[in-house]
Design a protein around this ligand. Sequence first.
Ligand code: ADP
Length: 222
Amino acid sequence: MGNVSHELKTPIFTAQGYILTLLDGSIDDLDLQKKYLERANRSIERLDFIVKDLDLISKLESGMNLHYQNFNIIKLISDVFDILEIKAAKRNIRLDFDKAYEFPILVNADVERIEQVLINLIANSINYGKENGNTTVSVQLVSKNKFKISVSDNGIGIKDHNIPRLFERFYRVDTSRSREQGGSGLGLSIVKHIIEAHNQELLVESKLGTGSKFSFTLNSVA
Ligand code: ADP
C-alpha cells in the first residue's frame, strides 16, 4: 500500500501544480496555458495507466481463470508488433523476428494473457532499448512439447545484482530514467504472474550496456 500511494503521489502533485498555477490567473500567455494543460493531462493519463495495471494485478492475484486454447504464436507476435509499431518508431527501434517463420507454430495457452506478456516485454524492449536499435523475437522448440519465446534488445541492459528484484511490484533499476520512459512499474510483475499461472518458466539474461533477453516457455499443441 505504501508503494502504491508513493507511486500515485508524483503524478497527482504534478497535475495539481500545473492546475493551481493556471487557477492563480497570473499566466496570460495562451501557449504557456496550453502547455501546462497538456502536462497536467499527461500526469492524469499516467494515473489512469497505473490504476489500470493495479486493477489487473489484483485480478491476477485473486486467482486467475485461464482460458486455454490453441493458437498460432507467430501470428500473435506479429499482431503485437503492429500494436507497438508507433511506440517503436518514436525511438526508431526495429521490431522483427530472428528469422522468417513460414509455418504457423501452435501453442496451448490463454491467448489474451500471453498477448499481455508480449506487450509488456516488447514495450520494455522499446523503453530500455537503444535508440535506432532492434528488438528481436525468436520462437524455439526446446523440448518435445515446449517452445521458448525470447524478446531480445540491444539496450541499456541490467546489472546482475538487480535481476532478482525486477519482478517485484514497482521495482525499478533506475528510478529517474524509468519514470520518464517506463510504464507503471508493474509490467514485469504482471508477466511473472501470468507465466507462473501457466506453470511455465520465465528467464532473464542481461548484460549492462549490451542488452537484455526475456524468455518464457509455452506448451506446444499435443
Ligand atoms: P516499468 O518499465 O514500468 O518501470 P517493469 O515492471 O516493466 O516496470 O520493469 C521493471 C524495471 O526493470 C524497469 O524499471 C527497468 O529498470 C527494468 N527493465 C525491464 N525491462 C528491461 C529491459 N528490456 N532492459 C533493461 N531494463 C529493463
